[in-house]
Design a protein around this ligand. Structure first.
Ligand code: CO
Length: 213
């Protein structure tokens, strides 16, 4: 059998399983979504947001891209962020990187990857800003993993530069931003960074409160 047909079969089995546990499961699911969390993760197939966090459909609003980047000119990413904060009113935004990230590893080389080069340049910029610290981390694997962590931290700060986030922090005291890194080797999420709604925002990126109303 062609492999994709397994997915459709597995879907039928999943539906049966859900209905067996709760006859109204899909009636409820179709009604509304009220996720508390926005997850910004890597597209890597080994880091499925719901599976590694033990969550069910309806619990996490998800955006994934190569190397979990928050890029200010990315309309897709910014739309997700705006919708999650303004409409869904999520309480937490999680940026989750992962050790051994292929995107981060690629950005550390001098190879070309076509259209991906523009995207990966955002990681090169993080490398540029923390070059000495990354070089001091150890071998290439350790350096890559340190850059993974530093990039997650940078993405949290990129979120704080948006008007959606600043408005919500000012007038609604949410969401809390979290920076996590998933370890392929042990399956554990490392809870590394946290920015609460009263965290300072660098002057040049901070909008006047009146301008945010
Ligand atoms: Co990755």
């Amino acid at each position: 059998m062609e492999s994709y047909k397994n997915l459709l079969l597995a879907n039928k089995a999943w539906v049966q399983e859900k209905i067996k546990l709760d006859r109204d499961y899909f009636t409820e699911l179709a009604r509304d979504q009220k996720p508390e969390f926005l997850w910004i993760g890597c597209s890597d197939s080994r880091v499925p947001a719901e599976e590694v966090t033990g969550t069910e459909p309806g619990e996490i609003f998800v955006h994934r891209n190569v190397a979990n980047l928050v890029v200010h000119a990315d309309l897709n990413m910014q739309s997700v962020l705006h919708y999650a904060i303004d409409v869904l009113k999520v309480k937490h935004v999680i940026v989750c990187g992962h050790y051994g990230c292929g995107g981060v590893r690629a950005a550390m080389t001098n190879q070309r990857f076509g259209i991906l080069d523009q995207w990966l340049r955002n990681i090169k910029d993080v490398y540029h800003d923390h070059r000495d610290e990354i070089m001091a981390a150890g071998d290439l694997e350790a350096q890559t993993n340190r850059l993974v962590e530093l990039s997650v931290f940078q993405q949290l700060h990129n979120i704080t530069k948006t008007t959606s986030l600043q408005r919500s922090w000012n007038f609604d005291k949410r969401p809390t931003l979290h920076g996590w890194v998933f370890g392929m080797n042990d399956g554990l999420l490392k809870n590394l960074y946290r920015l609460d709604p009263d965290s300072p925002i660098e002057d040049i990126y901070r909008y006047d409160k009146d301008a945010l109303r």
